[in-house]
Structure formats: C-alpha cells, structure tokens
Design a protein around this ligand. Structure first.
Ligand code: HEC
Length: 267
C-alpha cells in the first residue's frame, strides 16, 4: 500500500517535472548554460584539435602547422573570422572545412576520402575534423566577422548561397527562409533565428561550431546545416560540397561585424 502510493507519488512527481521541464525548457537551458559558462566541454575538443594540428600525420608525416587558412601559412589567429574566402592557389572559394581537407591532402598526403572521413563523430568513433575545427575557430574568439564578398568568386558564392536560402522545394515546399526569415518565430520549444536580420544572423553564426548537450559532441556548421536540410525534408548535402560553402558564405557575410564567440554551447 505504502509502496503503491509512493510509486504513484513518484509517477505524479515525474509527470509534473516533465511538464515543468517542457514549460521552462528555455529557462532550464539558460540555467544550464550559465552553469557551464566557465567550462564548456568544447574546450576538450579544442585541446585535442591543437594536438592534431601539431602532430605529424599522413603518408608524408608532417603537421598541419604550415596550412594556409587565408592569412598566410601557419596563421590560425583570426583566420576563421574571414572564412569562407577566395583562395588563389585553388581558384575557389572555400570554407573552413573544405580548406582543412585541402591542407590535409596537399600537406599530409591524405586522399580526399581519408581527409573527409568521419566528419561527424559518435561514441566509439571520434572525428578528427570536429576537434580540428574547434581548435581553429577558437583562435578567432573575440575577433569581428570580416568576410569579403569583393572578389567576383566570393560575390558569386554569396549570391548562390542566397538563392539556396530562399529556394523552396521538397515534400513540404520549405525553404530555409520558411523557418528563418521572420522575427520571433518558434518551432516546438525552440526559437528560430531570423537569419535575414543582422542581429540574429550575427548571434547564430558567431556561436557555431558548438558543443551540443543533446549529442555530447562538438558539431560544425556543416552538421547544423545538414540538420536543417533534414528538417526541410531535403536530401543530405554532400560533405564539403560547394553548395554548403555557398550557403555558409551567405550566412557568414550576413554576420559581418558580429564578434565571433564560438565554439559555444547549445542544447
Ligand atoms: C522546418 C524549419 C527549419 C528549416 C526549413 C530550416 N531550419 Fe535552421 N533551424 C531550425 C531549428 C528548429 C533550429 C534550432 C533552433 C534552436 O536550437 O534553438 C535551427 C537552427 C539553425 C541555425 C543555428 C541557429 C543558432 O543560433 O544556433 C542555423 C545557422 C540554421 N538553422 C540555418 C538554416 C539554413 C541555412 C536552412 C536551409 C538550408 C535552415 N536552417 C532550414 C529549423 C529550420
């Protein structure tokens, strides 16, 4: 009898908690964020990334320290705040993940397959890319986003990205803009940033990559975009594809002037 009533109280309590949780999920996450503000687990990825950056690897047994991320070979500080950008040596606009892949191939001698293997880690199958990206992006913390659209190729990438953002299709006839071009929209419990407005675009872009509490991993911008394409009922884009770079160019340039503050912490 006692046990039953205890059990019932327990169940009721649980239900109440679940309800309260659903109600205050926003508050709870804000609290959680505060709690972890001094110790974002992303730091572990940043440290691992620094090791990987400096370690001799690949068939050529060289490190990535001579990689040119746009500000000259070996310059990591502030590089992410200017990406994507046009690179003369490849004649292409590249985002961070494409450029990293390029450096792993040209410097370390990896094949394209090896350099893009496991872009998204999971338990027991860690990614090298996520920590490298966490390390590189962290070196732009506090730096203002300053992405150029002056080069014709950069301008072109931006325009293609913009078209992709507004392109409607799929079973629901959704575009990115369907969820992300009005103020104060919400889906389930989540606030949807208006990515066509400067303030929201800056806040969103400058916080990725991010440690995702729900996944226990640092996720890159490409992962975030893949997840949105999935919500849009579009097929998953290819890793490091030009479409992703173009879309990233659109988002990054719209965030110009915002202070980069990643890798952040997200639900
Ligand atoms: C069906 C609605 C939907 C569509 C369509 C959609 N998204 Fe999202 N997007 C979301 C949701 C939900 C989130 C998560 C918001 C949160 O965590 O609070 C999100 C988050 C984001 C974020 C991160 C914002 C932040 O502050 O962390 C970016 C960037 C983004 N989306 C870009 C896009 C792009 C680009 C497209 C088109 C390829 C797109 N989204 C399509 C629903 C959508």
């Amino acid at each position: 009898m006692r046990r039953t009533s205890m059990l019932l109280t327990g169940v009721a309590g649980l239900a109440a908690t679940a309800f309260a949780l659903a109600q205050d999920q926003g508050d709870e996450i804000a609290k959680y964020r505060e709690l972890l503000a001094d110790g974002n687990p992303a730091e572990l990825w940043e440290m691992r990334g620094e090791e990987l950056w400096k370690a001799k690897a690949g068939p050529r047994q060289v490190s990535l320290e001579a990689c040119d991320l746009g500000k000259g070979p070996g310059v990591v500080k502030g590089a992410y705040a200017e990406l994507p950008r046009y690179f003369k040596d490849t004649g292409k606009v590249m985002d961070l993940e494409q450029r990293l892949m390029h450096c792993r191939m040209t410097l370390q001698g990896l094949t394209a397959e090896q350099a893009s293997a496991t872009p998204f880690g999971s338990t027991g199958k860690p990614s090298d890319i996520e920590p490298l990206v966490a390390y590189i992006t962290a070196q732009s913390r506090g730096v203002k986003m300053n992405v150029s659209t002056r080069h014709p190729q950069e301008k072109r990438a931006y325009e293609i990205g913009k078209q992709l953002f507004f392109y409607r299709g799929g079973s629901h006839d959704f575009a990115c803009a369907t969820c992300h071009s009005a103020d104060k929209m919400r889906i389930r419990m989540q606030d949807l940033p208006n990515l066509t407005a400067k303030k929201d675009a800056q806040a969103a872009y400058t916080s990725w990559p991010a440690y995702r509490v729900s996944q226990g991993e640092v996720r890159t911008m490409q992962h975030r975009l893949n997840d949105c394409f999935r919500q849009q009922r579009f097929p998953e884009p290819m890793y490091a594809s030009e479409a992703i770079t173009a879309l990233t160019m659109f988002l990054a340039a719209n965030a110009n002037g915002g202070v980069y503050n990643g890798p952040a912490l997200k639900r």
